[in-house]
Design a protein around this ligand. Structure first.
Ligand code: PBG
Length: 330
């Protein structure tokens, strides 16, 4: 008790602060999301996500090499096809944007971890995450018919050279369907990082501009989780995905769901946990920083630290490159 115990004694000296620090950030734990589009020599800025751009495949290759040289743990690729249709056919074609991007990125940086997002929304003309139908009495994504599309996407990505696939559509059974398809085609060694607890969040707004994937009608509440659902529902999602063969599970978004990250980390010790620091979390800091209201670097590093402290091992973040540089020379 006071005056014997004085916690400020651990704070006066910067070296003591450093010594007793527990949460550390390292670029090797970051995954950088990248958007790839057709064309050549193109870097089309995404207005709502300053510093990010839709990249043509050749430019993507340079970007992946740069991420590698900064020590970033991996890149997550999102494809934006030239043509969209109701099934998202481009995603299932060996000649589609994502397949070509994976091959080029692998060639440019063979030892960089390439993760691919498996979902239909970037590839469908209606912008939803699967096949549409009315079997539930209202127009929504049809669950089981979508599984086959996701399995086909996974095979295309695997054959192109992806190192890990990341299904993000919140379709029941998606991990099991993808696992089975991969195992049946000689890819039993390929890990799955599942977007296990993904919420129907308004924080994805800027991403939908980036990926041109906003739903053309309705919303995603028929498949993504309700933010007000019991935290235990997120635990059930994670448990099911693990049972279906997920190797890494993700909570998304990150900052508004730190409680979910902490609960998952405690509940599933030893299971690698990822958190997606999503577009809205990134862009609102950028916007405030542009106005001079906050310090971007400090807010970003504090946010990433909070996500790690909550229990995430891996962070998907648009700050991956900046953060790697900031950490190298604070
Ligand atoms: C695709 C997908 C989305 C994000 C990642 N994968 C969008 C969505 O579900 O609407 C969002 C990422 C971000 O906001 O940074 N299903």
């Amino acid at each position: 008790m006071f005056p014997t115990t004085r916690l400020r004694r651990l704070r006066y000296n910067p070296s003591v602060r450093e010594l007793v620090r527990e949460t550390r950030l390292a670029p090797g734990n970051f995954i950088l999301p990248l958007f790839v589009r057709p064309g050549e020599g193109q870097r089309m800025p995404i207005a709502a996500m300053p510093g990010n751009a839709q990249l043509s495949i050749d430019v993507l290759a340079d970007e992946v090499r740069e991420a590698r040289s900064l020590g970033i743990g991996g890149v997550m690729l999102f494809g934006i096809p030239a043509e969209k249709d109701a099934q998202g056919s481009d995603a299932m074609s060996g000649d589609g944007i994502i397949a070509r991007a994976v091959r080029a990125a692998k060639q440019a940086a063979p030892d960089m971890l390439l993760v691919t997002d498996i979902c239909c929304c970037e590839y469908t003309d209606h912008g939803h995450c699967g096949l549409l139908g009315e079997s539930t009495g209202r127009m929504d994504v049809e669950n089981d018919p979508t599984l086959e599309l996701l399995a086909r996407q996974a095979l295309v990505h695997a054959r192109a050279g992806a190192d890990m696939v990341a299904p993000s559509g919140m379709i029941d059974g998606m991990v099991g369907a993808i696992r089975e398809a991969l195992d049946g085609a000689g890819f039993s060694h390929l890990p799955i990082m599942s977007y296990a607890a993904k919420y129907a969040s308004a924080f994805y707004g800027p991403f939908r501009e980036a990926a041109e994937s906003a739903p053309q009608f309705g919303d995603r509440r028929g498949y993504q989780m309700d933010p007000a659902a019991a935290a235990e529902q997120a635990m059930r999602e994670i448990e099911l995905d693990l049972a279906e063969g997920a190797d890494i599970v993700m909570v998304k978004p990150a900052l508004p769901y730190l409680d979910i990250i902490r609960t998952a980390a405690d509940r599933f010790p030893g299971v690698p946990l990822a958190a997606y620091n999503v577009s809205g979390e990134f862009s609102m800091v950028k916007a405030a920083a542009e106005r001079g209201w906050i310090d971007e670097q400090r807010v970003a590093l504090e946010s990433l630290t909070a996500i790690r402290r909550a229990g995430a091992n891996i962070i998907l973040t648009y700050w991956a490159k900046d953060a790697a540089r900031w950490l190298a020379s604070p």
